[in-house]
Design a binder for this molecule. Structure first.
Ligand code: FPP
Length: 236
């Protein structure tokens, strides 16, 4: 196996443990999210340095709306502030930002920031940063099924022509290759409605470390874990 095969093309991360990290240090949960942004910055740099082409981050799930309103508002605010502040650096690093998830439940202000960052970074060709925001897999698959059903009803697609590719092409991730490696921090071993269709053959890694402590060194460690795995895709 050559070196390039040992580096995953696409890494997807469930950034978990911000709240627990903060509480363990006697801080407010919000401070965990703030430190989490520093981990995001470091992982983007580390991904780019190592030649990873796609990095997907689970930033806000459809279930996260169920958190106390203060935390939801704080997360939206932090998210907007961070993407605005980081845009020049992302552009300088050749990072293109793409959003996946629903777009119909954000305030107009949040929506326009999301659109703006996609526009401003569209020319980036070193790394695609996929931000899953108001995202969940079941919601994504349901939306895809609806859209395929509409095309069948209009006569554009025949039922017998529906195949796996049809489904893939109707997901938010249509233009993004499947993840090779899924990381969830904080020791939880679940996918929690994240990239369920796309992760069919992904390697999984569940380090104990909380997201605010997942910096470059931990990222490099994760790459070593990936490189040591043998992928067979159901073959011998
Ligand atoms: C999970 O920790 C983390 C989140 C729900 C939010 C993640 C968001 C960020 C790191 C900041 C914004 C991101 C970007 C891309 C700018 P948790 O709150 O569930 O922690 P807990 O399980 O310990 O309670």
């Amino acid at each position: 196996m050559g070196n390039s095969e040992r580096i995953p093309t696409h890494i997807a991360i469930i950034m978990d443990g911000n709240g627990r990290w903060a509480k363990s240090l006697g801080k407010e949960r919000y401070e965990g999210h703030i430190e989490g942004v520093n981990s995001v910055r470091e992982c983007i740099k580390a991904a780019r340095r190592n030649g990873v082409r796609y990095l997907t981050l689970y930033a806000f799930s459809t279930e996260n709306w169920g958190r106390p309103i203060e935390e939801v508002d704080a997360l939206m605010e932090l998210f907007c502030k961070s993407v605005i502040a980081e845009t020049p650096e992302l552009v300088a690093q050749g990072v293109r930002v793409v959003m996946i998830g629903r777009r119909d439940r954000f305030s107009e202000r949040v929506c326009s920031h999301l659109q703006q960052i996609e526009q401003d970074t569209a020319a980036g060709d070193k790394l695609t940063l996929v931000l899953a925001f108001d995202y969940s897999s079941r919601d994504e698959i349901t939306t895809a099924v609806r859209s395929i059903a509409q095309r069948v009803a209009s006569g554009e697609v025949k039922v017998e022509d529906i195949c796996e590719q049809t489904v893939s092409e109707n997901l938010y991730t249509a233009a993004i290759p499947d993840p090779d490696f899924i990381i969830r921090t904080s020791g939880e071993c679940r996918l929690s409605n994240f990239l369920l269709w796309q992760s069919s053959y992904a390697e999984m890694y569940f380090p104990e470390v909380m997201w605010p402590d997942f910096k470059q060194e931990e990222f490099d460690k994760a790459l070593e874990v990936y490189a040591s795995r043998e992928r067979r895709y159901g073959k011998l």
